[in-house]
Design a protein around this ligand. Structure first.
Ligand code: CUA
Length: 324
């Protein structure tokens, strides 16, 4: 396979649906970073072409004229090609990198503050000034600057949504900020970009960007506490949820469940994903997760639950009814 065919294959694989490309940009911040990538790619391609041409030229020329090249020419070639050109290229890239970093970190007035905390191994999402707490799905409005404060209460994680912005680490005891304005409505896949022990590969999330009016409606809905279950199964599920250890780890706003170890489940039924965006939120997946999440995501903090089949179905019905 030729090198260009290989490159095309690599670039094509970057854009597959499950693994978004940082070159498929949907925010100004990502465009700036992609610009640096393209500049580096262009320079690398240029250097490659020059070197490959010289090698071919040397091969074709053979050894016939080797005695004609003066020592002075060889030395000049080494100084220019081996020192001067690399120094100019690296200096240019350093300047571009520093100015781009400064640009994407600029604090915009009127930014919407969102707080995301890296957990083992999921993401808690808070909207300061509201009661809304959710997990693994970061709802944002389009066209409005966002100031996403990033924290961790355990080890170092890294918050990365390739189509929107660069990586920012979440460091215990330090507030880091990701500043971004999302241009287009859509769902953007994010993942943890810093190895954080056994659950690292299962630590994904999504950013769901909606037009401002739709985002406001979402916020209004999410501010409501959980209402009483309407079906018999959900009512039984609520009883089981309180009776078993579930309520000790999870909060469901408006009920007696106020645990803070696991994700807040007040809007659970409205979420598209469970298990930090690694499983679709379906009844079957949820039942399997509750029964023994350790077989799905080894090492996570939720213990296996030995519920009767009827109780398990009831808890699933209850959780899926939340936040609708
Ligand atoms: Cu969190 Cu890797």
């Amino acid at each position: 396979m030729t090198r260009s065919a290989l490159l095309a294959l690599v670039l094509a694989s970057c854009g597959s649906g499950d693994s978004p490309s940082m070159l498929d940009t949907h925010a100004g911040e990502a465009r700036h970073i992609a610009g640096v990538w393209w500049l580096m790619f262009g320079i690398a391609a240029g250097v490659y072409l020059v070197v490959a041409t010289l090698i071919f030229w040397a091969l074709l020329r053979g050894r016939r004229r080797q005695h004609r090249t003066s020592r002075l020419n060889e030395n000049a070639f080494i100084v220019v090609g081996g020192v001067l050109v690399p120094v100019v290229i690296l200096a240019l890239l350093a300047v571009v990198t520093v100015t781009t970093t400064k640009t994407v970190r600029t604090d915009e007035p009127g930014a919407l503050r969102i707080e995301v905390v890296g957990k083992r191994w999921w993401w808690e999402v808070r909207y300061p000034g509201t009661k809304v707490v959710t997990a693994n799905e970061v709802h944002v409005p389009t066209g409005r600057p966002l100031d996403i404060q990033l924290d961790s209460d355990n080890v170092i994680h890294s918050f990365w949504v390739p189509q929107l912005a660069g990586k920012v680490d979440m460091i215990p005891g330090q507030h880091n900020h990701l500043r971004v304005t999302v241009d287009d409505p859509g769902t953007y896949l994010g993942e943890c970009a810093e190895f954080c022990a056994v659950g690292h590969a299962h630590m994904r999330f999504v950013v769901i960007a909606d037009p401002p009016a739709e985002f406001d409606r979402w916020m209004t809905r999410r501010e409501q506490a959980a209402t009483n279950p309407v079906s018999d199964a959900a009512a039984r599920g609520q009883v089981v949820f309180q009776r078993e250890s579930c309520a000790g780890c999870h909060t469901i706003r408006g009920t007696a469940a106020t645990g803070v170890i696991g994700p807040d489940l007040t809007d659970f039924g409205s979420r598209k994903w469970i298990a930090a965006a690694t499983l679709r939120n379906t009844k079957a997946n949820l039942a399997a997760w509750i029964a023994n999440s350790q077989t799905i995501k080894p090492g996570n903090l939720m213990p296996p639950m030995s519920l009767s089949p009827g109780d398990l179905d009831a808890v699933v019905a209850y959780l899926e009814s939340l936040g609708s």
